[in-house]
Design a protein around this ligand. Structure first.
Ligand SMILES: Cc1cc2nc3c(=O)[nH]c(=O)nc-3n(C[C@H](O)[C@H](O)[C@H](O)COP(=O)(O)OP(=O)(O)OC[C@H]3O[C@@H](n4cnc5c(N)ncnc54)[C@H](O)[C@@H]3O)c2cc1C
Length: 513
């Protein structure tokens, strides 16, 4: 096994990726899916199975977005979700959430078996735990909620990890897999069945209509009767105001080499502060440790998160052999329930969205594909009210208000930050500086002493980007777009790169209407 580069996600290891062509001419299709992550590819597979004409348009390569950088636990234990949903929604809605996610996990298991997909699948219980007295009550309340909802969890005071826990809940129906291998296999079945995938084909514009038109960065046009936006953060807002009600959380993951006998028999998430997420990868003698959540662009000390995870790994697994490390972001909704359904039901009845998976998108993106398949083909789903993107609770509550205050604060701070003049960054560092044309740029000096200069006004809605020292990227504190040192898009919602020095100011493309 060759050692991966420092920031490469482990699920890329030992995988082969079939490459798909880029779209080079205009085309027509019945169902167009924007985004080839777990959600988009699962839906494509399902629709093709029903004999539909489907095409997937992927900005980069399929299965290489968040669905690659995840920890990939398949569980319905999404933190302390059931007690929360019982109280903030209703027992009926909480039960539906469990049912929808259980159904999604069953679908993954059945599909792997039916299609004989080799993706390192293992049935393995999941645990939520606390090592802190003050969270025992929260675990007990969650146990009580699960009991009332008929969710079979076992209350434990020990877990298969060398951590002294105060309380834990075990769910035996959970599993682990390699999402990259799974997505690649589903994509191959889909294309073998006549489906089309276009890679390196970012959709930069959506013009809604009875037949909507998508435009690619190369100017090709795609006409489609139904559009599904599965681009993680919706690349088009359609006046659904998603930018006000999706909070982006960045999380750090460490792949630690451990002795075989230390690989734990389960996947784990703590409810303590800081949260720790753990899963083994048996095929590679590696444990993934996740943690360090914060808003994108909102943390000046990204590099320290990896150090804290390393320290935790040393304490629990007695290893400091870091095999690989990376970070990623996911989108969180105010009521902890994803947005799956019509993008904006009062305006368009043929544009759908799947987003806001609250860091549980392995089951929730699969769940989204199942719900959308029903909505697209039958016009209804038993879960459509629960996941309705326009539900009132998606606009209410403390989280929604906090998110917007934080966003505006970050936007203003970015705009107002003092700009140093006549200074240049040291090697491996970046600064924000005003240059002779009077514009403000981000300047990074690489190890070969080359300077990389980009306009750091985000082309999405115009917030000023912040430097992420851990990953050497320019990150937007408003909606989470990320760019590399040369301004190429690493993560959306922005669909446009940053201009370099003398290339003129970035144009703003909010894709709202
Ligand atoms: C640290 C961390 C750990 C996690 N662990 C778990 C876990 O253990 N279990 C779990 O259930 N969930 C987990 N999640 C959540 C889960 O990984 C994500 O919710 C899920 O992968 C999202 O899938 P997706 O298909 O929506 O997005 P993606 O996989 O990101 O796919 C979206 C695709 O759309 C493409 N795209 C974007 N814009 C455009 C455009 N304009 N045109 C064309 N294509 C475009 C992107 O390139 C990308 O390939 C975790 C999340 C984080 C952050």
């Amino acid at each position: 096994m060759s050692k991966l580069e420092k920031h490469a996600p482990i699920f890329l290891n030992n995988t082969e990726s079939k490459l798909y062509p880029c779209l080079k001419e205009d085309m027509e299709v019945e169902f167009a899916i924007i985004g080839g992550g777990l959600g988009g590819i699962t839906l494509a597979y399902l629709l093709k199975h029903m004999g539909k004409r489907v095409a997937v348009f992927e900005a980069n390569q399929i299965g290489m977005g968040t669905s690659l950088r995840t920890t990939a636990k398949l569980t319905i234990q999404h933190g302390l979700i059931y007690d929360k949903l019982m109280h903030t929604k209703s027992p009926g809605k909480a039960k539906q959430y469990a049912d929808a996610n259980r159904k999604a996990i069953e679908f993954v298991k059945e599909t792997i078996s039916k299609e004989q997909i080799e993706c390192d699948f293992m049935n393995m219980p999941s645990y939520i735990y606390t090592a802190d007295e003050k969270y025992i009550k929260a675990i007990q309340d969650e146990a009580e909620a699960c009991k009332r909802l008929g969710i079979e969890v076992n209350y434990k005071d020990q877990i298969p990890l060398p951590i002294k826990v105060k309380a834990a809940l075990e769910w035996e129906g959970a599993a682990l897999f390699n999402p990259k291998k799974y997505i690649s296999s589903l994509a191959e079945k889909f294309t073998a069945d006549g489906g089309c995938i276009f890679e390196e084909t970012p959709i930069t514009r959506l013009v809604p209509g009875e037949v909507s038109v998508l435009e690619t960065d190369k100017g090709c046009k795609v006409s489609a009767r139904r559009i599904v936006i599965a681009s993680h953060y919706p690349m088009y807002d359609g006046l659904g105001l998603y930018f006000t009600r999706l909070n982006m959380q960045r999380i750090y993951v460490l792949g630690l080499k451990v002795d075989k006998e230390k690989l734990p028999k389960g996947s784990f998430i703590s409810v303590d502060s800081p949260i720790r997420s753990i899963r083994p990868i048996y095929e590679q003698d590696i444990v993934l440790i996740g943690g360090g959540h914060h808003r994108v662009g909102d943390d000046q000390y990204e590099a320290t998160h990896f150090e804290e995870l390393k320290q935790f790994g040393k304490e629990v697994f007695n290893s400091d052999e870091v095999y690989s490390q990376w970070s990623l972001q996911d989108y969180v909704t105010p009521d902890s329930v994803p947005y799956i359904g019509y993008l904006n039901s009062s305006k368009y009845h043929n544009i759908y969205v799947a987003t806001g998976f609250n860091k549980w998108g392995m089951s929730n993106a699969t769940n989204a594909a199942l719900v959308l398949k029903d909505l697209l083909l039958m016009g209804t789903s038993p879960f459509e009210d629960l996941f309705n993107p326009q539900r009132v609770s998606a606009y209410k509550g403390k989280t929604f208000i906090n998110h917007n205050i934080e966003g505006i604060k970050n936007y203003m701070q970015g705009k107002l930050r003092t700009v140093p003049k006549d200074t240049l960054p040291d090697k491996g560092e970046a600064i924000v500086a005003e240059l002779e044309d009077g514009n403000v740029y981000g300047i990074y000096q690489d190890e070969e002493e080359h300077y990389h200069i980009v306009d750091i006004i985000c082309p999405h809605v115009g917030a000023r980007l912040r430097w992420n020292s851990a990953e050497k990227s320019w990150d937007c504190p408003f909606h989470g777009s990320r760019f590399n040192i040369d301004g190429e898009v690493l993560e959306g919602p922005s669909t446009h790169k940053l201009n370099g020095y003398k290339e003129g100011k970035n144009k703003i493309h909010p894709n709202l209407i």
